[in-house]
Design a protein around this ligand. Sequence first.
Ligand SMILES: [Zn+2]
Length: 121
Amino acid sequence: MPWIDYRELRRRLKVEEVLAWMDWHANERRGDYLRGSCPFCGAAKTARTAKSCQGREFAVHLHRKLFHCFRCKQGGNILDLWSRYYEIDLKTAANELNQRLFDQPPLRSSNPESHPPRPPI
Ligand SMILES: [Zn+2]
């Protein structure tokens, strides 16, 4: 596993992009904040398609790249969000986000028995 500079990774990651990877959609945007249903305690956790969920308890700051839920009080940075959402440790989360950032297939879908076909050269 390559060594990853967490700070550099957080700097490079776009909040909107990470949320899209999580399939989380904001119900409201106010200034630098996105508001929506909490992926941890809100309806989005079970529905996973937040379109029908009108929750606003979950806030994400686009530039500071921090999240906070006003109901379950979960909070942290964008790496914490990924690791808690997928219930993986921070190191794995950083590795996955780093891979996605550089447009490589994420580890979670890699299956040693079925390698994806290589693109033709
Ligand atoms: Zn919550």
